[in-house]
Write a protein that binds this ligand. Structure first.
Ligand code: CTP
Length: 413
């Protein structure tokens, strides 16, 4: 979440029951290094106290347009010097007031005074949300450049089910990251990331899989979004939820992943293959569950599976180079020995810009943990060693290298 570090974010909270969820958002933004100024409307104070927010943001909480700050005479002008104005939850009332340019309270005055991007997360009862007055106000705000985060569906304060819930914190956070990063160094680039392991079916209930969690790939997708890229995430087997602002394609087997990658890469600038794709798959899949008593093996207790090689996705892209001539390809190599020599050989054989190699037997590196220690191995033998880092920091290093490669390519053409 490096994109949030040092950013000045004004979070405007208005009077809706979802105000309590924004306490978690403020906490997460602050933990990620953002300087968060919370502005509560008068009605928001009926739902949640300033103390909750000041304890989480470790900064004063603002409500009054007139009380001097000590730094400048006009608090709304001072707070307007932000990187992002995030209004959550936004009631129907604040949408109307923003759409009509009201300036009679601190939050509305900041919204008029700021040149920062405006991100709005509406939350209200379904009929209020769908009312033409609310929809027209949202359309007006969107036309002026505000980013509207659509509400989620589910149980509402009235007890009814419908659209109008404030999205979960991970979505609120993802939206802030995307808006802050939209003119980053990957803006205008389209990237494809694969993540997770594959499942190769044996019968309707069994498969051959591997230990990949998908964390490194999901971190790559999120950090690319945070730097302005359009991201397609091709996900194999993983428990992880789809991050905000990312197109996800599920592809559980090696064959499905190959097809998804071939299609998505036709119009992409970059492919990062972090998925742990199976190298072998059963030659035939039993239509019914294999029964223990009916199996015949060399010994009574043995079951013999016949496996064939899967399509090597990166090598196939290399063979079809004319269709993918502008694609920068980055591979991964999870090794248990001779890490660097194997990785360098893969970079050369598969036509890659570089390979991100790690030793999965090392503690705190590789499968199932949040950290990774990797080397960048280039086809010409160059080698860059990174220290043990969180997976999103590893991802940021990978994108920095990719940006340098894209810029060098653009300059040469
Ligand atoms: N890969 C791929 N298609 C496959 C298998 C792997 O594109 N069918 C990609 C992986 O996503 C990774 C890179 O190739 O980015 C290296 O994967 P790895 O399994 O380490 O390489 P292999 O060529 O299978 O080599 P080996 O089995 O000798 O380790």
């Amino acid at each position: 979440m490096g994109i949030l570090r040092g950013k000045r974010i004004v979070v405007g909270v208005t009077g809706g029951i979802a105000a309590y969820k924004v306490a978690d958002l403020v906490s997460k933004l602050t933990q990620a290094g953002a300087l968060v100024d919370v502005v509560l409307t008068e009605r928001a104070r009926a739902f949640i106290t300033p103390l909750t927010f000041s304890a989480l943001s470790q900064r004063p909480v603002w409500s009054d347009l007139w009380e001097p700050t000590g730094e400048t005479a006009a608090r709304h002008i001072e707070l307007a010097h932000a990187d992002l104005l995030y209004i959550a939850p936004a009631t129907a009332d604040i949408l109307a007031r923003l759409a009509h340019g009201f300036a009679d309270d601190l939050l509305c005055a900041i919204a008029l005074a700021t040149t920062a991007p405006l991100l709005i997360a509406p939350a209200m009862e379904t009929h209020m949300y769908q009312h033409p007055a609310t929809q027209e106000n949202l359309a007006t705000l969107a036309r002026r450049g505000a980013v509207i985060l659509p509400p989620a569906s589910g149980r509402l304060a009235s007890g009814e089910l419908g659209m109008g819930r404030l999205p979960e914190t991970s979505i609120l956070l993802g939206a802030a990251r995307q808006v802050l990063g939209r003119s980053g160094d990957l803006a205008g680039r389209s990237v494809v990331v694969t993540a997770g392991g594959t499942h190769e079916a044996i019968d309707p209930v069994r498969f051959i899989g591997n230990r990949s969690s998908g964390r490194q790939g999901f971190a790559l997708a999120e950090t690319a979004r945070d730097r302005g890229a359009r991201v397609t995430l091709i996900a194999g087997a993983t428990e992880l939820a789809t991050p905000f602002g990312i197109d996800r394609v599920d592809a559980l087997s090696a064959a499905a992943m190959a097809e998804a990658v071939f299609t998505a890469c036709l119009h992409a600038d970059v492919l990062v293959m972090s998925a742990a794709v199976a190298d072998f798959t059963p030659l035939s899949v039993a239509d019914q569950k294999i029964k223990k008593r009916e199996t015949r093996g060399e010994r009574d207790a043995a079951l013999t599976l016949h496996l064939g090689k899967t399509v090597d996705i990166l090598s196939t892209l290399q063979e079809r180079a004319s269709a993918y001539s502008r694609l920068v390809k980055v591979g991964f190599a999870a090794e248990t020995r001779e890490v660097i020599s194997y990785a360098q050989e893969k970079a050369l054989r598969k036509g890659l810009a570089f390979v991100v190699a790690n030793d999965v037997t090392a503690p705190q590196s590789g499968f199932g943990v949040t950290t990774n220690q990797v080397w960048f191995c280039y086809p010409d033998g160059r080698l860059v060693e990174l220290p043990l880092l969180e997976k999103d920091a590893v991802a940021d290093h990978i994108w920095t290298e990719v940006v340098a490669i894209l810029r060098a390519r653009d300059a040469a053409s």
